[in-house]
Design a protein around this ligand. Structure first.
Ligand code: ATP
Length: 361
């Protein structure tokens, strides 16, 4: 395995431009500690570029990224000067769909019990991962309006579920559980109401689970799942669900584990260039103030290293974030006094100081 990986960096807009550079520093420190290297190439796709020359996602970008890069580090998109959000949809959804990044992985890990809104719950209780189908379902963009803007208007939004799409995300979740030796997997749908689309999820899950007899797998309707996640999150290791419900479950999970500022995600197609980003958006209300929490982005960077097969270096970043939270070194959203840049510098220094001896600390 080569010791250099090529990373495309798309910082984007708003706080994406503040947190992404801190993650680049943390990644450099972690890789240096492990004798590895990342070669970063920065792309200026975002609102500024769109307003300057109309570029959103250049037409050859997906092919170029697939050919020339091992992974993509992404910040956030969204800018009040582009109310249609056209550039964001073109770039992020364009990459998800054109690179066929069918897995949206969102770990929900509570690093410190002070950060959960749940009473009497601790770090052991909130430690699961949500796998959201990322390329179809209600987000396929199929539908239309009839008699628009009249009292008789009809709006149709199709929910697209393909056997191939459902099977590959369910299989990915089972494979992840097997690899990580996780015992419990929950598949969630609304097959009682959405009998055709989610009936397919039921049939595929029933078939696939037979191949993973060592994993205790169960099914919950999505409304029950959300109640159970709040009542007793300790019952979950792996959750797999469709695009729309995955969006909701992972935001709920993010709140259970300390809020948006801490939540990372990966948009993955195993064996192909994949994209890693914080769950939060561009947060225009706090952009440019040096108060954005850089941990969600840093943890997304760690997920990227793990995806690239550099697990020990990934653990260095996880351990540094963990240490910062334990020591109260946080941005104001978590009650601390640190600025984004200063906290990013602290993370990189801590990683460099502890080196690989600190991995898993
Ligand atoms: P978008 O539409 O791009 O998702 P948004 O501002 O509507 O952007 P988010 O950026 O996801 O939504 O975040 C919602 C709010 O949560 C923000 O306005 C901000 O107050 C807070 N927030 C999000 N991310 C962070 C962060 N990294 N650090 C601190 N606060 C954050």
């Amino acid at each position: 395995m080569t010791n250099t990986k090529r990373i495309a960096v798309i910082a984007g807009d708003g706080i994406g431009k503040e947190v992404t550079p801190t993650t680049v520093k943390a990644l450099e420190a972690a890789c240096a500690a492990g004798g590895k290297q990342l070669a970063f190439t920065h792309f200026d796709w975002g609102a500024d570029r769109f307003l300057r020359d109309g570029t959103t996602l250049p037409h050859d970008a997906p092919e170029m990224l697939r050919r020339d890069f091992d992974a993509i580090l992404f910040g956030a998109l969204g800018d009040p000067r582009v109310p249609s959000n056209q550039h964001a949809a073109d770039i992020l959804l364009g990459l998800r769909f054109k690179l066929d990044l069918y897995v949206n992985a969102r770990p929900c890990v509570l690093f410190d019990k002070r950060l959960t809104p749940l009473r009497d719950r601790n770090e052991k209780d909130v430690n699961f991962i949500v796998f959201r189908e990322n390329t179809e379902g209600a987000y396929a963009g199929i539908g239309g309006n009839f008699k628009r803007d009249t009292p008789d208007e009809v709006a149709v939004q199709e929910d697209v579920n393909t056997r191939k799409g459902v099977e590959r995300i369910i299989r990915y979740a089972f494979e992840y559980a097997r690899r990580k030796k996780l015992k419990r997997l929950c598949m969630s749908d609304k097959s009682n109401a959405m009998t055709y689309g989610h009936g397919l999820w039921q049939r595929v899950w029933t078939e696939v689970r037979k191949e993973y007899a060592e994993i205790e797998s169960r099914h919950l309707y999505f409304d029950t799942l959300t109640m159970e996640m709040v009542r007793d999150p300790s019952q979950f290791d792996v959750i797999v669900t469709c695009n729309l419900f995955g969006d909701i479950a992972s935001d709920l999970g993010a709140q259970l584990s300390g809020g948006l500022g801490l939540a990372p995600s990966g948009n993955i197609h195993q064996g192909q260039v994949s994209l890693f980003e914080p769950v939060h958006g561009s947060a225009p209300n706090i952009a440019g103030k040096n108060v954005a929490n850089p941990f969600g982005s840093a943890l997304a960077g760690a997920m990227m290293l793990e995806y690239l097969g550099w697990e020990r270096e990934a653990q260095l970043i996880d351990a540094a974030v963990h240490g910062a939270i334990r020591e109260g070194k946080t941005t104001p959203d978590l009650g601390g006094k640190f600025g984004t840049k200063e906290l990013g510098d602290w993370l990189a220094e801590r990683i460099a100081k502890h080196g690989l001896a600190g991995a898993g600390a």
